[in-house]
Design a protein around this ligand. Structure first.
Ligand code: KG4
Ligand code: ZN
Length: 340
């Protein structure tokens, strides 16, 4: 029998709802929040308020777009964490009431687990190969940078993590230093397309093993620009494309270097990407090159499924539904950490 899962995502500044039929995405509605742009970053109080305004229309649209009746739903999956507490609470409270009213199971989902599971989502009529277990996954988002060995949907081992900033955070901070609009990652990607990635070079971390570090790079960008601006106050405007391309290349090189190390160390032949930074064009092509070099099977989510969305929450929820792993009505959000 077909399983219909409603997914709810509200961990940061996107309110999203999606409906899956088994692993097929019937709808995926995402309402972004423009209100944060003027502040150059997400303002938690404003995010909670916008979620409160968006949640019902977004869910209604997701159910309508899926062309199903809400009575057909088999379960409701929601993001429990990590994320902003006030934002999470809006989605969680909605999911609880909805599941309770329909008398269907409630499923809690870890946001980072869901990013990985985005690799298993299908569009209607789509046919492609699924990632084979075990696979190596590079998880790169605004708050996380990790390398994981995914043995199956419920068993994964983190073999590398950032010891300071995350890759997405580094893109965003670099953009902020250059006074580019928020969110910085997509902006650096866009502006860097016409720039020379070898125009400038920045400090790369020297840490052994599979852990990442990005705080030194951030400082290196800051000091470099401070010195150049002393000589020419229009330096950033005059070199925006080259700066973006060079910063992007440095971040991508750091990610690729550790991923290659993990491939050689584990001998795993399947590689996947997950998280918002996997939307980055330079990272996507560098990973394709890496996969070609080592003859790996590579999986990267579709662009629309790389950044925060509820389809990935519903996907992770579908795996839990099949195992009967349900949450109870007392489920409360967590801000940090992970409960994969
Ligand atoms: O996964 P995500 O949507 O939210 C979190 O769970 O954090 O990731 C957001 C991060 C932000 O730092 C954003 O700047 C970055 O992903 N990002 C990108 C691109 N698109 C989103 N970074 C670089 N290039 C992009 N095209
Ligand atoms: Zn995310």
């Amino acid at each position: 029998m077909d399983v219909y899962i409603l997914g709810i995502e509200s961990s940061c500044d996107d309110t999203s709802a999606a409906v899956l039929r088994n692993n097929v995405m019937l709808s995926n509605v995402i309402a972004g929040q423009k209100v944060h742009e003027q502040f150059g970053g997400v303002v938690p109080e404003l995010a909670s308020r916008a979620h409160q305004q968006n949640i019902i229309p977004v869910v209604e649209t997701a159910i309508r777009n899926a062309n199903i009746d809400k009575k057909q739903l088999s379960g409701v999956a929601f993001t429990r964490g990590p994320g902003l507490l006030g934002s999470l609470m809006v989605g969680i409270s909605f999911a609880k009431s909805f599941a309770w009213a329909l008398n269907i199971p409630l499923i809690e989902v870890d946001h980072m687990h869901a990013h990985i599971m985005a690799n298993f989502l299908f569009e209607p009529g789509e046919d492609r190969k699924l990632p084979e277990y075990p696979f190596l996954c590079l998880i790169v988002s605004g708050g996380h940078t990790q390398l994981a060995v995914v043995n199956d949907a419920f068993n994964m081992e983190i073999i590398g993590s950032t010891i300071d900033d995350a890759a997405g955070e580094t893109f965003d901070k670099a953009a902020k230093i250059m006074s580019l609009p928020y969110p910085g990652g997509p902006m650096i990607d866009k502006l860097g397309k016409v720039g020379n990635p070898d125009a400038f070079s920045f400090a790369k971390p020297r840490i052994s093993g599979l852990n990442f570090s990005f705080s030194g790079l951030k400082t290196s960008i800051l000091y470099f620009l401070r010195d150049e601006l002393k000589k020419d106050e229009k330096f950033i405007e005059a070199h925006t494309a080259d700066l973006c391309a060079s910063i992007q290349k440095t971040i991508v090189d750091i990610l690729v270097e550790k991923t290659e190390k993990a491939i050689l160390q584990t001998g795993i032949r399947t590689l996947a990407l997950a998280g918002g930074v996997s939307a980055n064009s330079a990272l996507r092509s560098a990973m394709q090159q890496l996969a070609g070099k080592h003859n790996l099977d590579l999986h990267i989510p579709k662009m629309s499924l790389t950044t925060d969305n509820a389809a990935m929450i519903a996907m992770s929820g579908y795996f839990k539904f099949q195992k009967g792993l349900f949450a109870d009505l007392s489920a409360a959000p967590y801000a940090t950490g992970s409960k994969r």
